[in-house]
Design a protein around this ligand. Structure first.
Ligand SMILES: Cc1ncc(COP(=O)(O)O)c(C=O)c1O
Length: 300
């Protein structure tokens, strides 16, 4: 899976630190914390049918991540909402758009690690692009298991949605070398955590299972899937799951704002074979597709 350049994105305007700039002029300083140490937090959001999906949930997670990293001037929700809506309107983006929202700790007075050098305030970036879901959700994806472990709370807690993404990027590089679309990352104990960019679910004998949110990001799409399962009375469990269980699952799929719900057809060379009568992904996906068209905060 390699995303392609979309010509319409050549002329977009991007919000950086309070102002909109044309794509090629949108920049941060070389003294910015994100350049110096990946010291920033981020969210990916989607726009469907004139509405921003799960807007409040994404902004709350951005602000919590920034609080955990002890940012001292986290912008208020209304400020961030205005910045996003202004960017979408400037770009005439009212559907099928993806927003990469970043809050950096801002510019430092000199290079260095110490956050006390950040004396110019945090920097909000709203990068909205025309971008359909990035995976082939009809064919599905092929995964391998990476030898890179997903961060546990003992290291850099995966509950912080930060820009220090090398843990995931190393796993993605492994997937690329293996000719796979993405990589499954295990936790410290060897249980499945998530993929390098999405949460993961499996179905066995009519039960929907997903790993405990110990070493993975507790994704917003993941929580929507759990909500749908509850509404559809689908039995559901969150527990430690081994890779052997995933190889023998009836259905496997990943979830995330970037790709929505994506079937997995192969893991480490093992085909995922649905030997049951159930098609739970199809049911859950139908409910998800209807939610994204109806729920969300209006752009105007
Ligand atoms: C590592 C990782 N897992 C899962 C997700 C999915 O989260 P969400 O459903 O909130 O987009 C993301 C999204 O950024 C991610 O980076």
């Amino acid at each position: 899976m390699l995303q392609e350049f979309i010509a319409e994105n050549e002329t977009i305007s991007i919000f950086v630190g309070g102002k909109l700039y044309p794509r090629h002029e949108a920049k941060v300083s070389v003294f910015d914390s994100v350049v110096q140490g990946g010291d920033a937090v981020w969210e990916g959001l989607r726009v469907y049918n004139g509405k921003i999906f799960c807007f409040n949930e994404h902004l709350a997670r951005l602000q919590s991540s920034a609080k955990t990293l002890a940012f001292t001037d986290i912008p208020a929700t209304e400020y961030i909402k205005d910045a996003i809506k202004k960017t979408l309107k400037a770009n005439q983006m009212f559907t099928d758009a993806h927003i990469r929202l970043t809050l950096t700790r801002g510019e430092k007075i000199t290079s260095g690690m110490d956050p006390r050098l950040n004396q110019k305030g945090s920097c909000l970036i709203v990068l909205a692009e025309f971008k359909p879901p990035v995976y082939d959700n009809t064919k599905g994806v092929k995964l391998i298991t990476s030898h890179i472990r997903r961060n546990s709370p003992a290291h850099l807690d995966s509950k912080i949605h930060h820009n220090n993404l090398l843990n995931n990027i190393l796993a993605k590089i492994e997937a690329n070398y293996c000719g796979a679309d993405d990589a499954i990352m295990l936790d410290n104990l060897g249980f499945v955590s998530e993929t390098n960019g999405c949460n993961i679910f499996m179905v066995k004998n009519g039960v929907l299972l997903t790993p405990n949110a110990d070493s993975c990001l507790p994704g917003i799409t993941r929580s929507i899937v759990l909500r749908i399962a509850d509404e559809l009375s689908i039995p559901m469990l969150q527990r430690n799951i081994s890779i052997a269980e995933f190889y023998n699952a009836h259905e496997v799929f990943t979830t995330g704002t970037i790709g929505e719900l994506t079937p997995v057809y192969e893991i480490d060379g093992r085909k995922i074979e649905n030997k049951s009568q159930n098609k739970l992904l199809e049911k859950i996906n139908a409910a998800f597709k209807s939610l994204i068209q109806t729920e969300g905060e209006q752009i105007d």
